[in-house]
Write a protein that binds this ligand. Structure first.
Ligand code: ASP
Length: 471
């Protein structure tokens, strides 16, 4: 007999069908036993009546929460009084004739039918596969899939192609600490995991691909906080022959389409998205990702705004200069000469644009330098010696000397964007397997020690801090 999804049962009143799933609850009412059965499509009330099938009724007494069972029975209409309007299958129930227990379950460490907010997070993470049984988290993952698919389709229709970039790459200066991977074949050398596909995507522009995007993983070894994880997902894109306006226009259209199609209950406060200069944002809101909502109590209000005209450089503690956002950005056209002449450095504004949503920075990008001279100047201003620039960035400088189109792009923090759209307080609620606040995966028990033979192969000696203390 073919298995039916629970959501389909209401269309088959009077028929004998088979359903399978997890037991959400079992209740006994006098002689009757009720089971709420759950599958990926919904919940169905199943009734065991001794006069319908004695054996099934007896078996039902033993069934416990979260067991996996297969039930065969007749779909019947519920009496009018018993209809549950809250659920899709609320007008029907199954009168069970056969039961098969597929898999028993230990008592789960927590209730999987609640929001989960009442459960200690460490316990949720250790049993994440049970935590993910929650309807709230399943909904979040489904919306995540839908948003990714929507963006893929939107950008595809705009002439973009999705291209993967390497995970094993070279350390890049993007303002964060790299995760490094030891090389077995090149003793003493290390790969870095990408902080973003920044350099590769610019090289796609040199390659003439013109419109690239990728739903990409970005890895940064920074302190894990509520809205940060070691690995986050970016909607990353780059376009050729564009100015700042073109990138912002396309992206504004994309974000509005995502909201209107997938989150129709949400209201966008202002279209076109207002634009604030960094200076205005700081003066008015004391934040470079201002929360400009006119009503902060409305959970469905989305106040997007662009922040532009950031300073390109800021002073380091040592008195030198460093970039504020992205070393590959171009200066605004009116400051291009200052950059080349390395004059007026503190006043140079960058083409950077950030997208803020309800006080959260959800995306950012810029128009890039596409001449080797301008890129070289950025690194000179930051105090790099010619030798060092060659060593670290010769691939970019070389590439730009072979005919580079003007180009620009953006990347969104996909997790943050989703968390905000789904009214979640932490990005951990929209990531399937997130890490804890101190960067551990409690389910897999990672990070973990590796075998001495593995270390040897990688030419690595570990200084064990515990042993060291004793010595
Ligand atoms: N690579 C930048 C980032 O990860 C985004 C961009 O400028 O496209 O923040």
């Amino acid at each position: 007999m073919q298995r039916f999804l629970i959501s389909e049962t209401a269309k088959h009143i009077g028929e004998k069908v088979k359903v399978a799933g997890w037991v959400t609850v079992r209740r006994a009412h006098g002689k009757l036993v009720f089971i709420d059965l759950r599958d990926r499509s919904g919940v169905l009330q199943c009734v065991f009546v001794p006069s319908v099938n004695k054996e099934a009724h007896e078996k039902a007494q033993e069934i416990r929460t979260e067991w996996v069972v297969e039930l065969i029975g007749q779909v019947i209409k519920r009496p009018e009084k018993m209809v549950n309007k809250e659920i899709e299958t609320g007008s029907v129930e199954m009168s069970v004739e056969e039961v098969q227990v597929i898999s028993k379950a230990q008592t789960p460490p927590f209730d999987v039918t609640t929001s989960g907010m009442e459960v200690n997070e460490e316990v949720r993470m250790k049993y994440r596969y049970l935590d993910l049984r929650r309807p709230r988290l399943q909904h979040n993952l489904i919306m995540r899939h839908k948003a990714a698919k929507f963006v893929r389709d939107f950008l595809t229709a705009e002439g973009f192609i999705e291209i993967e970039t390497p995970m094993l790459t070279k350390s890049t200066p993007e303002g964060s600490r790299d995760f490094v991977v030891p090389s077995r074949l090149q003793p003493g050398k290390f790969y870095a995991l990408p902080q973003s596909p920044q350099q590769y995507k610019q090289l796609f522009m040199v390659a003439g691909l013109e419109r690239y995007f990728q739903i990409a993983r970005a890895l940064r070894d920074e302190d894990v906080r509520g809205d940060r994880q070691f690995e986050h997902t970016q909607i990353d894109m780059e376009m050729s022959f564009v100015q700042r306006e073109d990138v912002m226009e396309l992206n504004e259209r994309m974000i509005i389409a995502v909201v209107q199609n997938l989150f129709p209950e949400k209201k966008i406060q202002e279209i076109p998205f207002p634009r604030l200069s960094y200076k205005e944002a700081m003066e008015k809101y004391n934040s470079d990702k201002p929360d400009i909502r006119t009503d902060k109590n409305d959970p469905n209000l989305l106040a997007f705004c662009w922040v532009i005209d950031f300073p390109f450089f800021e002073k380091t503690d040592e008195g030198g200069w460093t970039f504020t956002h992205n070393p590959f950005s171009a200066a605004k056209p009116e400051f291009a000469k200052d950059l080349i002449e390395k004059k007026n450095i503190g006043n140079i504004l960058t083409t950077q644009y950030d997208l803020a949503l309800n006080g959260v920075e959800v995306g950012g990008g810029s128009v890039r330098n596409h001449t080797p001279e301008a890129l070289e100047k950025v690194f000179e201003i930051m105090g790099y010696k010619t030798e060092e620039i060659k060593k670290q960035f010769s691939h970019m400088l070389d590439a730009f000397s072979f005919g580079a189109p003007p180009h620009g792009g953006i990347a969104y923090g996909f997790d943050r964007l989703l968390a905000t759209l789904l009214n979640e307080t932490s990005i951990r609620e929209v990531i399937a397997f997130p890490k804890t606040g101190d960067g551990r995966d409690l389910m897999m028990d990672a990070p973990s020690e590796i075998y001495p033979a593995q270390l040897k192969e990688l030419h690595i000696k570990v200084e064990n801090p515990k042993l060291k203390k004793k010595a």
